[in-house]
Ligand binder design. Structure first.
Ligand SMILES: [Zn+2]
Length: 134
């Protein structure tokens, strides 16, 4: 899954505290996550890396009851599209909330959490999840 990245990489890039790094288009101002080369809104290349806001709202979500290989044993869990302040949309897992308590429009904030203890490559994988905002 594309949004999963290893903790060593996040820290090697100089983030004592993990931040959401996305891309900002110099042409139309569009914000994207994760960072990519081409703007999905206007097609311009050369997006600059920016730290995105940690807070947003749930736009839509799905409860996963038949997880893909490597994620067994955690079902049911919730995958949501979160719209961050500023407009970037992030597909990520929700945490610290029961599936039946999730609502469209609920405020959430990004946290850095373990995804898998043992990936096929043998490393612990970390990534961004969202929890209800306090
Ligand atoms: Zn653009």
């Amino acid at each position: 899954m594309v949004w999963v990245e290893s903790a060593p990489r996040a820290w090697r890039e100089g983030t004592r505290r993990y931040r959401l790094i996305g891309g900002k288009c110099p042409s139309c101002g569009g914000l994207v996550y994760p960072h990519r080369q081409v703007c999905p809104y206007c097609g311009r290349e050369g997006l600059e890396a920016v730290a995105l806001p940690r807070r947003g709202r749930v736009v839509t979500y799905a409860v996963v009851r038949n997880p893909p290989r490597g994620f067994e044993g955690r079902e049911p869990y919730v995958i949501a599209v979160v719209e961050l302040e500023g407009g970037a949309r992030v597909l990520a897992q929700l945490t610290d909330v029961r599936p039946e308590d999730v609502r469209v429009g609920m405020e959430v904030e990004a946290v850095f959490r373990r995804y898998r203890e043992q990936s096929p490559s043998g490393v612990i994988e970390y990534g961004v999840k969202f929890r209800p905002a306090i």
